[in-house]
Design a protein around this ligand. Structure first.
Ligand code: SF4
Length: 481
């Protein structure tokens, strides 16, 4: 068990999170930390008791809080605590953190907030390097992303919302999956009932949008794997969307087609007919052996075919998702995947670091996981390759338990960045979610309210009255704050 005791300043959540990168909950670790801030100097003393030994770090840091916002003060205090903890823990276990002691999942948001506090680019670089100990390469990445996001954020229309529709079904479960999804071999019998309710939820959501004087700027259908739906079911959903909402101001209509074993020409044609202008075809890797190992029921040839069909039908913005750090993949295998994908020249490529959730099945397999230095190599190669091929990083988030505590980055060719993805990261536009596992995010000034839909399709069907009631609550919050 990891026990954290803090005196003087408390940020247990962040400390526990960071300690979890060094230690496992099954280990006995006691971390005591004393914090003080006097005469513009922060002092954090951390002591770690582990396997009958004591490891400590006495850390001093100059910081003038005068005229700084509470938000920044809090961030710096947390960074000082994390730094002291990290330096003490590094005496026990050597881990290479290229994001240093930065805790948040949105490094580019940190850049933006520092810029809003009046810091220049040079000062932000300095804070990243000296306060957070972020590597030069990652600092560059965060600055690039923040710069590229700016334009999309500035373009968000007043009273606009995005719609999200979650389809929580997949043909099989990938071993690393930490998303909301069920295997259709088990839950397929609920699909028709699910779609029936979803159509009703679309009607109700349109009422909310009308009542609150909002309009729809983006629609995103994700999952799970939306293409587990049949072409007819897609058509029913699209028909309902067009009949209930006025979609004339829509900028992006995205379907995360996802796994190639579910993509058919017929489904793609239906999407095209109803104005879908962005799709994803997600290989994750082009190594057939790995695809088999991670439980995906398709080959790299099927990925190439799905991509080719999508192009022939006329999709001109295609995203492809890849994962760095899949089981037994060497850097060379990952480079080969990335080279093959960039050869195809999709408009967007998203590179994820394998996310390890402790409870995921993945932990139970014997597969060797790529170590953080291998991951770093893969991601460095990605950064170079993407630049060479004319892609820009434009959205990024870190997953709390991802291998090496690394990042997921969306790259795009100029002019093809997804506003929806940036909205998700920067939380500047309300997103109303429908379907399984959807999470509505209401932006009310500086406040964010979240409303969750049920994840399980059966629960979604059975407790549909609750879903409708929640939609009324959403309308109420949007109207009255
Ligand atoms: S396709 Fe995606 S959502 Fe479905 S099981 Fe695999 S990782 Fe999970």
């Amino acid at each position: 068990m990891i026990l954290v005791i803090q005196n003087g300043y408390r940020c247990d959540y962040e400390m526990k999170l960071f300690a979890g990168l060094f230690f496992d909950e099954s280990e006995d670790v006691v971390i005591t930390q004393n914090f003080s801030y006097e005469n513009n100097v922060i002092n954090t003393y951390t002591e770690i008791i582990f396997e009958n030994n004591i490891y400590y770090e006495d850390y001093y840091f100059s910081f003038d809080a005068d005229g700084k916002s509470q938000k920044l003060k809090k961030k710096i205090f947390i960074a000082a605590c994390t730094k002291s903890l990290s330096h003490a823990a590094l005496k026990i276990r050597k881990i290479n953190f290229s994001w240093g002691v930065m805790c948040g999942i949105r490094p580019a948001k940190n850049v933006r907030e520092l810029a809003e506090e009046g810091f220049s680019e040079e000062q932000i670089r300095d804070i990243f390097k000296n306060v957070y100990e972020v590597s030069d390469e990652k600092t560059e990445l965060a600055l690039n992303v923040a710069e590229n996001e700016k334009m999309l954020l500035a373009d968000i229309g007043k009273n606009s919302v995005s719609l999200y529709i979650g389809i929580p079904f997949c043909p099989t479960r990938c071993v690393y999956c930490s998303f909301v999804s069920t295997d259709i071999r088990v839950s397929g019998k609920y699909m028709a009932g699910f779609v029936e309710k979803l159509l009703l939820e679309i009607e109700k959501t349109a009422e909310v949008v009308r009542k609150t004087g909002s309009y729809v700027e983006n629609v995103y259908i994700g999952g799970g794997t939306p293409t587990t739906l049949s072409a007819e079911q897609f058509e029913m959903i699209f028909e309902k969307l067009y009949s209930c909402f006025s979609l004339e101001k829509i900028k992006e209509f995205t379907v995360e087609a996802g796994r190639p074993d579910t993509i058919t020409e017929e489904k793609l044609r239906v999407m095209k007919k109803y104005g879908v202008n962005r799709i994803s075809v997600n290989p994750q890797t082009m190594q057939d052996k790995t695809l088999e190992k991670i439980g995906r029921r398709h080959t790299s040839d099927m990925i190439l075919n799905a991509y080719k069909t999508a192009r022939e039908i006329g999709f001109d913005v295609i995203n492809m998702d890849l994962i760095a750090g899949l089981p037994d993949e060497t850097p060379e295998m990952f480079y080969d995947t990335l080279d093959k994908i960039t050869e195809l020249d999709p408009e967007n490529i998203t590179v994820h670091s394998l996310c390890l959730k402790r409870a995921a099945d993945f932990k139970m397999t014997d597969n060797e996981l790529a170590k953080s230095d291998i991951m770093n190599k893969m991601l460095s190669y990605t950064q170079k390759k993407m630049k060479e091929k004319g892609y820009e990083p434009y959205y990024m988030y870190r997953q709390k338990n991802s291998s090496g505590n690394l990042e997921n980055v969306g790259y795009s060719k100029p002019g093809c960045m997804s506003a929806y993805n940036v909205n998700i990261m920067e939380e500047k536009q309300t997103i109303i979610a429908m379907g399984g596992g959807g999470s509505t995010k209401l932006i009310i000034g500086d406040r964010i309210e979240r409303v969750f839909n049920f994840k399980d399709p059966l629960e979604y069907i059975r407790r549909f009255d609750d879903i409708l009631r929640k939609k009324d609550e959403i309308a109420e919050i949007l109207l009255n704050g």
